[in-house]
Design a protein around this ligand. Structure first.
Ligand code: SF4
Ligand code: MG
Length: 308
């Protein structure tokens, strides 16, 4: 359904240009959840923004049901805007504070040219009908995120991009929203692109996972495989950083602060060769000089057996 091939997004920072995303390729099948995971600044959100046509790729190809998304021209066709929806991290920022929940949903339905009913939408996301007459600030974080999901559903999407959609919520609310998304996926056959820095959350919801580092996808595979037998040194480092259950470290992990091998380099000036080489415990000479090859979903000079 969705295919991303060799995606590159180049940003300008002053007079410098840098690739926020480079040679990123993956697919999302109908009814599938593809999880994109990595530290902040690795290009996950930029990838999502390219799919939403909020940024223009400098190379590569995005196709949706065989349609070349770059060929749409300046105006995104309505069918694509309906087909691909997004839920962001902070619904307070993405919901109009002066609009009642009912108005927000009605406006979304009208904009999409659909005929969904507010009552049905609230029902679908498990919100009480009386909340239709509330403003966003009168709702809890979880309720607001349910409104954001209802708004996405109001136009009948096929793919919903969830960009850190549960990252601001407490752990039990996270679990409820993930249950809701999983249920909606089964019921509606939705595909999800689930973007998060939180490995545990991505594992809960994803069928397949892609791990990003400084703009590149360094490992892609079935979620079970990636979590049980990570094949890229960076994936192993991320998984090793998931601490034992301890409230303090767990909080740090959720905030993405557990970085035992130092900070990633800046995407403005990524290291030569394999961008991970300054942090890689098993780097060889070639790693700092030569771009690593992509083999079976793993971007590394060493074979999985060699680098284990
Ligand atoms: Fe480590 Fe080299 Fe593989 Fe990069 S290419 S992950 S530096 S071993
Ligand atoms: Mg982001």
């Amino acid at each position: 359904m969705l295919s991303v091939e060799g995606l590159r997004v180049t940003y300008a920072s002053g007079r410098r240009r840098f690739d926020a995303v480079r040679e990123v390729s993956f697919t999302v099948a109908p009814g599938e959840t593809f999880g994109l995971v990595g530290e902040s600044g690795c290009g996950k959100s930029t990838t999502g923004r390219a799919l939403l046509r909020l940024v223009r790729p400098s190379a590569g190809r995005i196709t949706f049901d065989g349609h070349d998304v770059a060929a749409f021209g300046r105006r995104t066709p309505q069918w694509y805007r309906r087909a691909v929806q997004v839920v962001f991290q902070d619904p307070l920022a993405s919901l109009n504070p002066r609009m009642l929940v009912s108005q927000t949903l009605e406006q979304a339905v009208r904009a999409g040219g659909g005929d969904a009913k507010v009552a049905e939408l609230l029902d679908q996301v498990g919100l009480a009908q009386k909340l239709a007459a509330r403003y966003p600030y009168e709702l809890s974080g979880g309720q607001r995120q349910r409104v954001a999901i209802a708004r996405a559903l109001s136009v009948g999407p096929r793919l919903v991009i969830c960009d850190e959609a549960v990252s601001a919520l407490d752990v039990s609310t996270q679990a409820q929203i993930i249950d809701l998304l999983t249920g909606l996926q089964k019921e509606l056959g939705l595909s999800l692109l689930f973007i998060s820095h939180d490995l545990a959350v991505v594992r809960q919801i994803s069928h397949r996972v892609g791990v990003m580092y400084l703009g590149r996808l360094v490992e892609t595979g079935p979620a079970e495989q990636v979590y049980r037998e990570p094949r890229h040194p960076y994936t192993r480092m991320l998984l090793d950083a998931v601490p034992v259950p301890d409230p303090q470290t767990q909080r740090e992990r959720r905030l993405g602060r557990a970085r035992p091998l130092g900070e990633p380099a800046s995407p403005l000036s990524p290291p030569s060769g394999c961008a991970f080489h300054p942090r890689c415990p098993i780097a060889i000479d070639a790693c700092s000089a030569v771009d690593p090859p992509l083999r079976d979903g793993v971007l590394c000079h060493l074979e999985p057996k060699e680098n284990a």
